[in-house]
Design a protein around this ligand. Sequence first.
Ligand code: HQG
Length: 195
Amino acid sequence: MNEKETIKTSKFLSLVLRHEQERVGLNLDTAGWVGVDELLQAVNRRGVTLTLDQLKHVVSTSDKKRFAFSEDGQRIRANQGHSVEVDLQYPPQTPPEFLYHGTATRFLPGIRENGLQRMERHDVHLSAETKITFQVGGRHGKPVLLIIRAGDMHRAGHVFRRSANGVWLVNHVPREFIDYSQTESQTPDNQPDIP
Ligand code: HQG
């Protein structure tokens, strides 16, 4: 499998394991898992050639570790990013004092008004690192970085969870916990060091 095919397959897996299981006739369980054999058979039935070795390759090379096999290797799921209703069963955790969210300038008026909402997804996604947030924001337009006062949110009772691939998940970020001080000064080529 070359890199292009790997990325294409990864996107297809994201689609069926996060958003549109019915597209290939899958049944995710309540925690988002599906049998590996069932997945392979389902996608093969739809004319997508995918072997177990290829699936393992996509899972192990995923830059963001998007997928996980169960401990016994019999099942697979997406680590986060779902729009379908799932309970991923990640335990609540204390977040670092600050987390980051990459978005696009065009969304700022809505965010200033309503805070960060989960939109089509199951949760709002936050990162402990600034590096990837521009990439995430850039998918939607001109990227900007928001600093989230996660420690204050946590002390105010908001529940944070951390996915198996390190994404921080929270139901909503009320606007008073968002710091916009980096939105004017940052461009993808000019990232200040934020501790
Ligand atoms: C924005 C990728 C207006 C929000 C990444 C975002 C991530 C608002 C967009 C993961 C708003 C939703 C998720 C409000 C939030 N008004 N806009 N009140 N509240 N928004 O794609 O965080 O490659 O659902 O800022 O790494 O961009 O797929 O979320 O811009 O972890 O594995 O509404 O997707 O992972 O967009 O990305 P998305 P996201 P993968």
